[in-house]
Design a protein around this ligand. Structure first.
Ligand SMILES: Cc1cc2nc3c(=O)[nH]c(=O)nc-3n(C[C@H](O)[C@H](O)[C@H](O)COP(=O)(O)OP(=O)(O)OC[C@H]3O[C@@H](n4cnc5c(N)ncnc54)[C@H](O)[C@@H]3O)c2cc1C
Length: 549
């Protein structure tokens, strides 16, 4: 697609409510969440074109796909993806692509070809550059969003009413832009983060890794194993992983523990160590990276927020980075829209950091745990076996045990919770135990609303409104306090009554107040007489007097 470019005058032509710095997947997602809610924003992004030479994220998880469904672009994402779930949902562990298979995982990252009750959308295998293309396309359709390609954020100042950002384009033209809020989605080296005096805390691994994109015509025909989204190569000479970027001849690779100078000097050597010598390869690009476990000490400073890699970095094990950033974009997006439209208070904005920072922390810890056992470690696990068959059988069992959490993490992906949020009305009941692998649906306030199919391809999420939804699962439950509520005129609220056998048991209570991001804000058996207080509380307008609910 061609990208519209904006000049200086375009910035001034209309007031900007939110300036989004960085048009990677997180910045684009923030702009879509805001833009769909009628908020005028500008995305500032230096890259005019999207390169295919650094694919980075290759997996979009089920939760991100649910947000894409809410934005009505889940189908576009799937149509743009070269690898369908029907083609493969599996991860293979092997000695090389042309060697022996040790074991495999099915339905990795909840990539399934058929619908499941637990989620409204399965995961999708798709390179980050394709996601960005679809998101840019979506942004270009929104009247409310301008995509300023070719522009860089330089510095900012802020007061109680506005943010002034200094921007510069490639010809050194500069402009000062005023907005009500600014979201820094400018990645790991975030200038916005530096400008607001926020810093990362955590560790960086010293071990270097080496990535590449290559063409290998005929490789697919000589692979000894069934199709897989990822092949983990477990051998001592060239431990790493790889997979296809399309169903033609383009592949990605990740060589683990390789010195970048050595890797760059002879990437083919490592590649052949992983695929064997049957086909020639053409390396198109390489880049090196080290795992970073870093979390910003704050996600907000006044009218400036950080989201995505600008706020947190985790090792890529488990496919969590971009997906977590997308969750940030959703959270800050609806909250800023609520504030700007007059139905969200200061506390709602403050809840962004309180909700999202602990999630990022948990993601970093999970990815770090996944990193403990990679191909190199697996290649040298001490296994007591007197022949090869026994050795590989035992190794396969070991891989199943140690790597399960990396490919099956619905407990984290769907079960993350906003349990210390000031805009969630906790009812004092016990949460299910936290577990990365096993997702136990719960309507405990703060949880993602458990998913249900109401009909074929008709999700309970499709019934929720853009604003708050009062979900009533028993029409005999009196909701008359709502009629007398003045809050309902101010705060967008839709009542949805659904009666279906088993629903009350599943959702634990007949009434659930669901937020725009599909999280439960409150649940109960009846509506309080002072429903306004409850609404104000979940919108961060004032603290709730719990004795009244
Ligand atoms: C090898 C690897 C594999 C990965 N695999 C996965 C995976 O499977 N699943 C997953 O979820 N995540 C994965 N990730 C992580 C994922 O790539 C990142 O988390 C994701 O790119 C973060 O998106 P972002 O928009 O926050 O930042 P970025 O993608 O870094 O985007 C930041 C944007 O800001 C722009 N920018 C920078 N400076 C400025 C400035 N001064 N002014 C304006 N704009 C600026 C940049 O041009 C860029 O477009 C992987 C990462 C790596 C390295």
């Amino acid at each position: 697609m061609t990208t519209r470019s904006f000049n200086k005058d375009d910035f001034f032509s209309e007031p900007i409510e939110v300036l989004v710095v960085g048009g990677g997947p997180v910045g684009l997602s923030a702009a879509i969440e805001l833009g769909l809610r009628g908020i005028k924003c500008v995305v500032v992004e230096p890259r005019k074109e999207i390169s295919k030479l650094r694919p980075r994220a290759k997996t979009t998880n089920a939760r991100s796909m649910e947000h894409f469904r809410r934005w009505n672009i889940a189908k576009d994402i799937r149509n743009a993806a070269a690898l369908t779930p029907e083609w493969s949902q599996e991860v293979s562990f092997c000695t090389s692509l042309t060697g022996r298979e040790i074991t495999r995982f099915d339905e990795a990252w909840a990539i399934t070809a058929s619908p499941r009750e637990l989620y409204a959308e399965p995961g999708q295998s798709i390179p980050q550059y394709t996601i960005e293309e679809v998101l840019r396309e979506q942004v270009s359709k929104l009247e409310t969003v301008r995509f300023a390609a070719g522009w860089n954020f330089v510095r900012l100042s802020q007061d109680n009413e506005k943010v002034i950002a200094r921007l510069q384009n490639e010809t050194n033209e500069t402009v000062s832009v005023e907005s009500k809020f600014l979201i820094g989605c400018d990645g790991a080296r975030s200038n916005v983060r530096k400008e607001i005096g926020v810093f990362y805390e955590g560790d960086v691994e010293t071990k270097a890794n080496f990535n590449g994109v290559f063409r290998a015509p005929g490789l697919a025909d000589v692979v000894s194993h069934n199709s897989a989204i990822q092949y983990w190569v477990v051998n001592n000479d060239a431990p790493g992983l790889m997979g296809r970027l399309d169903l033609k001849d383009t592949w990605w690779m990740m060589c683990l523990g390789v010195d970048p100078v050595e890797g760059n000097a002879n990437p083919e050597k490592y590649l052949h160590g992983m695929i064997g010598d049957k086909v020639p390869v053409e390396v198109l690009a390489t880049d090196d990276w080290s795992a970073r476990m870093l979390l910003a000490n704050h996600f907000q400073s006044g009218r400036v927020f950080l989201a995505g890699d600008a706020a947190h970095l985790n090792p890529p094990w488990g496919g969590l980075g971009f997906n977590t950033g997308l969750g940030d974009a959703v959270d800050i997006g609806w909250k800023l829209a609520a504030y700007l439209q007059g139905w969200g208070g200061e506390e709602l904005l403050e809840s962004y950091e309180l909700e999202r920072r602990p999630i990022s922390d948990r993601v970093i810890k999970t990815a770090t745990e996944n990193m403990k056992t990679l191909s190199s470690e697996l290649a040298s696990v001490p296994i007591n076996a007197n022949n090869k068959e026994v050795y590989y059988k035992k190794l396969g069992e070991y891989i199943q045990k140690t790597k399960k959490m990396e490919f099956h993490s619905l407990g984290l992906v769907l079960g993350y919770r906003y349990d210390h949020s000031p805009v969630i009305v906790d009812d004092g009941t016990t949460w299910p135990e936290e577990d990365v692998v096993h997702y136990q649906p719960t309507s405990h306030p703060g949880a993602r609303l458990p998913h249900t199919w109401l009909d074929i391809n008709h999700s309970i999420y499709d019934e929720l409104s853009e604003g708050f939804t009062l979900l009533r699962l028993d029409k005999s439950v009196d909701i008359s306090p709502l009629e007398n509520s003045s809050g309902k005129n101010k705060i967008p609220l839709k009542v949805v009554t659904i009666e279906k056998p088993g629903l009350i048991e599943k959702y634990e209570k007949p009434l659930l107040l669901v937020r725009p991001d599909q999280h439960v804000a409150w649940r109960g058996d009846k509506l309080t007489e002072d429903f306004d207080s409850l609404l104000n509380s979940v919108c961060g307008i004032k603290e709730l007097d719990k004795s009244k609910i």
